[in-house]
Design a protein around this ligand. Structure first.
Ligand code: NI
Length: 177
């Protein structure tokens, strides 16, 4: 079991665009997916992009815990290579985000409510599905990592950005807009 070191905000690997992957099924990339899986489980997040573990390739992992799924079932962990997200409709939703590369903080970010996600799965098979709600938010957050963008750059109201501990003690109400 390998637990990888997670890069923190300020490290150059987090601000550079990542490279497309030609073949997700190479031994190195299979090993990377396994190591990212154990790293994500250890860190307790819901998503992890390869640049966060110092690998500048277009790959992210994400899942939806049952508690974050209105339908209750959640969604299993999935690896997506070369993801392309296309917004469906104009609706955006404001919600709280955190990031393993920005520990201890959270902020409110507006994301497209529904997106189409294409790419390749861990076996190199095409992915083409529609995500909405929390899954869409996580995918957009992770896809941003592949373009060198961290969520604080998308915070519009800095009153809704701070230490998680303080925001739990003093909740800041989000107004959808
Ligand atoms: Ni992140």
């Amino acid at each position: 079991m390998t637990i990888l070191k997670i890069a923190r905000m300020g490290h150059p690997v987090l601000r550079a665009p990542a490279d497309a992957v030609a073949d997700p099924t190479t031994p190195d990339l299979r090993r990377l997916v396994r190591a990212m899986t154990t790293t994500l489980e250890d860190a307790g997040g819901v998503g992890l992009a390869a640049p966060q573990v110092h690998e500048p390739v277009r790959l992210f992992l994400f899942f939806v815990p049952p508690a974050r799924d209105p339908a209750g079932g959640g969604r299993g962990l999935m690896a997506v290579f070369n993801p392309v997200l296309t917004p469906l409709g104009d609706e955006r939703v404001l919600g709280w985000e955190g990031c393993l590369s920005v520990p201890g903080l959270r902020g409110a970010v507006a994301r497209h409510k529904t997106v189409r996600m294409t790419g390749l799965d861990g076996e190199g098979a095409p992915v083409d599905e529609v995500l909405s709600g929390f899954a869409a938010r996580v995918a957009q957050h992770e896809a941003d990592h592949l373009d060198g963008v961290l969520y604080p750059a998308r915070v519009e109201d800095f009153r809704a950005f701070g230490y998680s501990e303080e925001l739990e003690r003093y909740p800041y109400p989000l107004t959808q807009g």
